[in-house]
Design a protein around this ligand. Structure first.
Ligand SMILES: NC(=O)c1ccc[n+]([C@@H]2O[C@H](COP(=O)([O-])OP(=O)(O)OC[C@H]3O[C@@H](n4cnc5c(N)ncnc54)[C@H](O)[C@@H]3O)[C@@H](O)[C@H]2O)c1
Length: 344
């Protein structure tokens, strides 16, 4: 594998930092950026060239890209708070679509060869799962709209300006280094952190909504490979398992593993709240294309993955939830009380 100048955005975040570790271990020259809004210094790989940079700042990003001249970009930086995006549409769009364009445009001017864009299965919206890549994009929330716009813009600019691309659509990735202090997203992390804080957790809706979950080690090798495998160029690929589970079953599993199969205190049993606005009921994908193009297969099932994540989180210890300091951009009667009353 020829060494490349690789830029990973969101490099101090959960998935970005695991990707940097793998690429560094493969001998690549890896540059990472992150503004630390959701990332942690403890995640930064000391053998990568890391710069704290907010990709919303167009001029600073252009100067940085002019210096680094990456040949390959893995774009993971994002505001990925899907459920909150209806209440923070400006932040979501700036941190997703605009931050991406601020990176992609100067990189294109500087000879970019390929971009791997981390999109999301939110682009499928409320269609009937399992979602496959032939389905149209029909996002139901602002986050999904931003990811759809990023996908389409990539395809258009690739045609006009000649760089290659791969779009990956992960689903519910979890594991060590996930930001469990985020009260707005990452259901497994929220459940675990609530238990670490000696509290129960909340379920939006009746808990019978179905999702599929991907352990981080079953994601990182495949996104890495997408950057180098010419056979993936110009493709959109779901990356994640097709085994789905209800949120109620997930809650049972987390409680069981957290208390090692022993008695579960009454006060931590889940409490139910109304569904979040625009949240789709069932969302999971087929993994046929990922299996065919990337050799994707699940190696760590939910039971084991949750066990691993709980072990890591117990070592990390309870985290104080990090609410948006500046508050939500919009609030209505439908805004989850978990956020307005800071219940998590
Ligand atoms: N975790 C999942 O389940 C999941 C599922 C589908 C898609 N994704 C996508 O995968 C990517 C990584 O997600 P993650 O779970 O690792 O989230 P994460 O929050 O841990 O990582 C994202 C990183 O981007 C950084 N960031 C945000 N805005 C920035 C800006 N303006 N400039 C520079 N850095 C900025 C944050 O500080 C954070 O470290 C995101 O694009 C997300 O939308 C994640």
């Amino acid at each position: 594998m020829a060494a490349q100048r690789i830029l990973v955005t969101g490099a101090a975040g959960f998935m970005g930092s695991h990707l940097v570790d793998l690429l560094v271990s493969q001998g690549h020259d890896v540059f990472g950026v992150d503004d630390m809004s959701g990332g942690f210094w403890r995640n930064v790989n000391p053998h990568s060239s890391f710069t704290k940079l907010d990709l919303r700042h167009k001029e600073q990003v252009a100067t940085y890209i002019d210096e680094v001249k990456p040949s390959l970009i893995y774009h993971l930086a994002a505001d990925a708070t899907e459920g909150r995006s209806q209440f923070t549409p400006v932040t979501c769009t700036e941190r997703n679509l605009m931050a991406y364009l601020h990176t992609l445009v100067p990189a294109t001017r500087n000879g970019l060869r390929k971009v791997v864009l981390t999109s999301s299965m939110s682009v499928y919206g409320a269609q009937t799962p399992p979602f496959d890549e032939e389905m149209p994009t029909m996002p139901e929330d602002v986050y999904g709209v931003s990811k759809t716009a990023m996908e389409k813009t990539t395809q258009i600019l690739s045609k006009v300006h000649g760089f290659d691309y791969v779009i990956v659509r992960p689903h519910n990735v979890y594991g060590p280094r996930q930001n469990i202090a985020d009260p707005y997203r990452n259901v497994i992390g929220i459940f675990i952190n609530s238990l670490l804080n000696g509290k129960g957790f909340y379920i939006y809706g009746d808990g019978e909504q179905r999702r599929a979950f991907t352990y981080i080690d079953d994601f990182t090798p495949y996104i890495a490979r997408a950057g180098f495998d010419e056979g993936c160029n110009g493709q959109i690929i779901n990356v994640g398992p097709n085994d789905e589970v209800t949120i109620n079953k997930l809650a049972e599993l987390v409680l069981d593993r957290f208390y090692d199969g022993g008695p579960i205190p009454d006060h931590v049993q889940p409490k139910y709240l109304p569904p979040r606005p625009m949240e789709v009921r069932d969302a999971y994908c087929t993994d046929d294309k990922a299996a065919r193009l990337l050799g994707y297969h699940t190696t760590i099932d939910l039971q084991r993955g949750v066990q691993e994540m709980i072990g890591w989180a117990k070592q990390l210890g309870p985290q104080t939830p990090r609410y948006m300091e500046e508050g939500l951009e919009l609030t209505t009667a439908e805004t989850p009380v978990t956020w307005t009353k800071r219940l998590i």
